[in-house]
Design a protein around this ligand. Structure first.
Ligand SMILES: Nc1nc2c(c(=O)[nH]1)N[C@H]1C(S)=C(S)[C@@H](COP(=O)(O)OP(=O)(O)OC[C@H]3O[C@@H](n4cnc5c(=O)[nH]c(N)nc54)[C@H](O)[C@@H]3O)O[C@H]1N2
Ligand SMILES: Nc1nc2c(c(=O)[nH]1)N[C@H]1C(S)=C(S)[C@@H](COP(=O)(O)OP(=O)(O)OC[C@H]3O[C@@H](n4cnc5c(=O)[nH]c(N)nc54)[C@H](O)[C@@H]3O)O[C@H]1N2
Ligand SMILES: [Mo]
Length: 761
């Protein structure tokens, strides 16, 4: 009999012999299963799996200290020795320095499954010990996460959960304009899982009903084929100029809903004075934007007219804000939708991220599924999550962030479970220097990722298929029991078991576990959740029935929800949580911070690295977007991810004209380089890319050359990306863009070290 399992990229069914899985297929209830699911079974027993606890030799022999980290071999030890060493080190750090010396941000997606969710586990554990320095916001929408509360009074997550559903779009939307495209590949994924990949079918039905899709993106084939997309390909990073010109046309041609602006927004006058050039002498005309974006002026004018003449959904993808000045296009998306006066109307208005993840366009559930309580973190120090290298390199340094002043703490110990900063952070050679600073780095991992290789204490964690859990993705109404499918590989233990054991050794076992086994926790959390639902008048089965079921459904309030509908109908009765209660096209709050790189209303500021700079040394614009064949760096050794590699290297895509001028062909191994670093990659020539743009997705396991850590032999783009923040306001990552040059790799092909364990002493 086949059994089911939830992953971030879908639900699969497989046969199990108790040790390994076979015959993996998508869940029968999924209308569009994605090939990423095949990475799971194919990597479970891969040699790159962490089999036993391991300690870096220098740390074991000399004690805490960063010298040799990432270079030295490891020594495998038994669990008791590893946990004894770890407990003693935690005791030393907490008693000598306190919680401000422990960085426990531990950013990362970990695995699906609500109880064993690594971030919940590690944060609960560190809170039990006295707290930790946290990392706030995220890499996904770290910039809009700070901006949107100022503009719309809600977080991006709330804007998405309340967003207009596909059912409404299908009936009402005539024109769907997507800045950053409407990405088919990214809807494979949803945080916590997705039962039915419905986006393709929803797009097909919308198109069938007459909706026209316009994708504004340098990469054509992100789109769903079913959308029949019209493609507009701007210079990457120039969208703000394009959007300002759309605003200019709407204003000049009298296509603006002035009544809506008056009743539902503040600050339009100051914005439009800027657009028309009254404040800076530069009218943001289509001709002006055409110079910057290389989108012809008549295309911009035509698009503005079409937007005003139809029920228009303006979608701004998350990629648009993972850039320097990433606030601006998101703010402009809201502003354009307000100018059209369609916010709160069915099928019109604004959304941040249809296509960025499977959840967007699903209706809000009446309550989220249960999760492990994390407790309270008494430590006040925190960082914006993407400032980790700055913090480690500059203890005592001061930064501005969203109107506050933060001082970087002095970190003695870094603890990570469920994330891979040596994939996800920018400028990895710099991160490596930063990681040499703390005395101790502890990592729980299932695989010998580059982060595990840069740790001192590495503890083997189970994969989600090896433990009992339950799972439901963000905004997905399906809720599945997830009984373990196999026993753990090697000596792997659950994060929960590891934390429970260490807490015990520190005399805090009861506080952490409350005396419950994982199965008792599932029962306890589920029943608490069931009674909360009951109080709201919703009934779901008892735990035993749930556990024996295929899945249950979480009730949804309104499958036909429309974002900002009640606000539109009565802004006094349903104000936004902004200072004015209205949409803030001009934000007095942001203006009052006085940041030069984010003013009181959206403006054009040329990024430091973009094609408009005409950089002779690095003439190509690299987009490092999300990979089609995996989730970030997860399971990169798995079969779907490996099938995409070229001579073992991550594929990079390039327009035919750029390939020809460099004498390159599909299948060549190339060197991608800039002033920060370089990596190898395998070339794919494709006319889906705008000329001048190359695409190397994120997530190939960083494989640094032993002589030069800024050279990755495998193709991780983060040796190239800059570790500079989006702005002073949000301090978000700018991973999406960087300038590079690409040339044929002439030397012998270096052997890869990822895909097997590090050397053991
Ligand atoms: N250049 C560039 N960089 C980027 C991006 C980009 O587009 N371009 N995208 C950024 C974004 S949006 C994000 S969200 C980040 C993602 O960055 P991460 O979330 O850090 O990336 P993952 O590869 O998902 O890392 C999760 C790790 O957790 C491990 N893991 C899984 N389950 C468990 C478990 O149960 N226990 C333990 N202990 N470990 C587990 C996996 O093996 C994996 O190594 O990357 C960011 N970095
Ligand atoms: N298959 C798969 N799906 C995923 C993930 C994954 O790892 N794999 N990760 C998930 C996560 S954590 C996140 S945060 C989301 C991310 O969702 P996004 O941030 O939206 O995704 P990206 O793939 O980084 O970028 C999407 C597209 O934006 C376009 N783009 C890039 N730069 C520009 C620009 O300057 N202007 C314009 N107009 N377009 C531009 C490119 O076509 C790019 O492919 O994806 C989620 N979905
Ligand atoms: Mo993300």
């Amino acid at each position: 009999m086949k059994r089911r399992h939830v992953t971030h990229f879908g639900v699969f069914e497989a046969r199990s012999d108790g040790t390994a899985l076979s015959d993996v297929t998508g869940w029968s209830g999924d209308s569009d299963p994605r090939h990423i699911i095949h990475n799971v079974a194919s990597s479970q027993h891969h040699p790159a799996r962490v089999a036993r606890p391991a300690i870096r030799r220098g740390w074991l022999e000399r004690g805490p200290g960063g010298a040799g980290r990432g270079d030295e071999p490891f020594v495998e030890v038994d669990w008791d020795s590893a946990l004894e060493l770890l407990s003693a080190e935690l005791r030393r750090v907490y008693s000598t320095y306190g919680s401000s010396a422990v960085y426990g941000g531990s950013y990362g997606w970990a695995s699906a499954g609500r109880f064993h969710h690594s971030q919940s586990q590690i944060h609960r554990f560190l809170n039990t010990l006295g707290g930790y320095v946290a990392g706030v916001a995220d890499y996904s929408y770290g910039t809009s996460g700070i901006l949107l509360p100022h503009v719309l009074g809600s977080s991006p997550a709330a804007v998405m959960a309340d967003g207009t559903t596909w059912a409404v779009i299908r009936e009402h939307t005539e024109l769907f304009v997507s800045f950053g495209g409407l990405s088919a590949k990214n809807t494979a994924v949803n945080s916590g899982g997705i039962a039915d990949h419905s986006a393709r079918e929803e797009v097909r039905r919308a198109r069938e009903a007459g909706c026209r899709f316009v994708d504004i993106t340098p990469i054509r084939d992100d789109a769903f084929a079913e959308a029949g997309t019209e493609w507009i390909a701007p210079v990457p990073g120039s969208d703000t100029a394009l959007m300002l010109a759309l605003a200019f046309v709407l204003d000049q041609e009298g296509l603006v809903d002035t009544a809506f602006l008056a009743s539902h927004t503040v600050g339009y006058d100051r914005f439009i004075d800027y657009v028309n050039g009254r404040t800076d002498g530069v009218p943001k005309t289509p001709a002006w934007a055409a110079e910057l974006s290389e989108v012809p002026a008549d295309v911009i004018t035509g698009l503005a007219r079409r937007m005003a003449g139809a029920r228009t959904m303006i979608n701004v993808s998350w990629s648009m804000q993972r850039q320097v000045h990433g606030e601006q296009p998101v703010w402009l998306g809201v502003t354009l939708a307000a100018m059209l006066g369609q916010i709160g109307l069915p099928g019109g208005g604004f959304q941040h991220g249809y296509g960025a993840s499977a959840e967007i366009g699903l209706a809000r559930r009446v309550v989220s599924p249960p999760s492990l309580p994390q407790g309270v973190n008494p430590e006040p120090a925190f960082i914006p999550v993407a400032r980790i290298a700055d913090m480690l390199l500059d203890p005592g340094g001061v930064i501005q962030f969203n109107g506050a002043e933060l001082t970087y703490p002095h970190i003695e110990l870094v603890y990570w479970a469920g994330g891979n900063p040596f994939h996800h952070h920018q400028d990895l050679a710099r991160l490596r220097r930063a990681f040499s600073r703390p005395s101790t780095v502890v990592v729980h991992e299932s695989f010998w990722t580059s982060t595990a290789r840069h740790a001192d204490i590495v503890l083997p964690a189970t994969m989600s298929i090896e433990r009992d859990d339950f799972g439901s993705g963000r905004n997905d109404p399906h809720f599945f029991p997830m009984p373990a499918l196999t026993k753990p590989a090697g000596e792997a233990r659950d994060d929960y078991a590891i934390f429970g054991d260490v807490a015990n050794r520190l005399g805090l076992g009861e506080a952490f576990t409350e005396g419950r086994s994982p199965m008792q926790w599932l029962h306890h959390l589920y029943e608490g959740w069931r009674s909360r639902l009951g109080e709201l008048g919703h009934h779901v089965p008892e735990f035993a029935e749930f556990w024996a079921s295929e899945h249950i459904m979480i009730p949804v309030a309104d499958p036909r929800q429309v974002l900002h509908q009640s606000f539109r109908e009565d802004p006094d009765a349903h104000p936004l949580a902004t200072p004015s209660g209205l949409i803030e096209i001009f934000s007095e709050t942001i203006e009052s911070f006085g940041y030069r790189d984010c003013r009181g209303h959206p403006v054009w500021m040329a990024p430091a690295e973009w094609l408009g700079k005409r950089d002779r040394a690095y003439p190509l614009h690299l987009i490092s977007n999300q990979p089609r064949t995996r989730l970030h760096s997860q399971l990169d050794v798995g079969s779907t991810s490996q099938a995409s590699k070229i001579h073992g290297r991550e594929p990079i895509r390039m327009n035919p004209a750029d390939a020809e001028s460099r004498g390159l062909q599909t299948g060549d191994v190339v060197l991608v380089r800039n002033s920060r670093g370089s990596c190898l990659a395998g070339l794919q020539v494709s006319d889906a890319l705008r000329p001048g743009v190359v695409q190397l997705s994120t997530g190939a396991w960083y494989d640094p050359d032993p002589e030069d850590p800024s050279f990755c032999r495998h193709g991780n783009p983060n040796v190239l990306t800059a570790d500079v923040p989006s702005s002073t306001l949000s301090q978000g990552t700018t991973a999406q863009h960087t300038l590079v040059e690409v040339e044929r790799w002439e030397g012998p092909l270096p052997e890869l070290s990822v895909g097997r364990p590090p050397p053991f002493a």
